[in-house]
Write a protein that binds this ligand. Structure first.
Ligand code: HPA
Length: 288
């Protein structure tokens, strides 16, 4: 397998833009999957090409791995790098999303570990988030911080078509998935206090995590479709009396991995060829 860096592809006469130097196996635009480390290692995934990109916003978290899954060309990225070494508040979200677009990705499935706030949720549960409350601060959260003034509509922060695809995928493989939930995104890396979780609960949040923002709004600014498959790895602080450990989060994630992979693989196989949602027109009427 060949590793191609962005510099190399320029030398070969390819732009780092929409075309890959290898022959595409399908004319359908690629789909991105961003997940934790080791998520798509191993069987069932044939990696065809590794792409190391550098972007105007710096280095993405990891190399991009171009694979075929369920007959679709997929670009995989490990959000926290390999090995897992980038904490959520230090992830270069802009470079990651920019990299996907450079590689011809139009739609992104994002897998995010979360704590469960809603009493209905147990570790191991899956939630397709439909709303976000953003409590992050200090992260580079826009591509428009220079001369252009852009106010992107974010009323519905996730692509309804991609969310529908994930919900249908869960039904098809017979796995229970909560079809909606409000994701509150905190800055981290510390976990929350009991009072914060009580407050978030009163505000209507169902799940708490550290990675969906600014990922979701950056995707919107690039007119990419974006949906979040949240994996409940623990009860949020104070919901259970047990103290949360990183080991618990890792163990639940590991335990859920095969199920998550099945949902994503099924979603990829039923994904419509082209988009009928509005995401590709997100910038229309957004520029002043
Ligand atoms: N809080 C914030 N982020 C998380 C949690 C949590 O309880 N679990 C996994 N990611």
């Amino acid at each position: 397998m060949k590793m191609i860096s962005s510099g190399e592809s320029r030398r070969e006469g390819f732009s780092t833009g929409m075309l890959s130097p290898r022959r595409r196996t399908t004319s359908m635009p690629r789909t991105g999957v961003i997940a934790g480390s080791g998520f798509y290692d191993g069987e069932g995934v044939k990696v065809q090409e590794l792409r190391k990109l550098s972007t105007p916003y710096g280095e993405p978290s990891d190399i991009f791995r171009i694979c075929e899954i369920s007959g679709k060309e997929v670009v995989l990225l490990s959000r926290h790098g390999t090995p897992h070494h980038i904490p959520p508040h230090m992830v270069n979200y802009r470079a990651n999303l920019w990299g996907f677009r450079e590689l011809g990705v139009e739609r992104v499935f994002s897998v995010n570990a979360v704590g469960g706030i809603s009493p209905r949720l147990e570790p191991g549960d899956l939630v397709i988030a439909d709303q976000i409350i953003d409590m992050t601060h200090g992260r580079a959260a826009t591509f428009y911080d220079r001369s252009e003034v852009v106010h992107i509509d974010f009323t519905q922060p996730f692509c309804h078509e991609l969310r529908r695809t994930l919900i249908d995928a869960g039904e098809k493989i017979g796995t229970t998935i909560a079809s909606a939930g409000t994701y509150i995104c905190v800055e981290g890396p510390r976990l929350e206090t009991r009072a914060e979780i009580q407050f978030f609960s009163m505000a209507g949040a169902d799940i708490v995590g550290m990675t969906a923002m600014p990922e979701a709004c950056l995707a919107r600014e690039l007119e990419l479709c974006f949906a979040c498959l949240a994996v409940v790895t623990n009860h949020a602080a104070g919901i259970s009396e047990k103290r949360l450990t990183r080991a618990e989060v890792i163990a639940t994630m590991k335990h859920s991995r095969e199920r998550i992979k099945s949902v994503i693989s099924q979603a990829l196989s039923i994904l419509p060829e082209s988009r009928t949602c509005d995401c590709e027109h997100a910038l229309k009427k957004a520029k002043l």
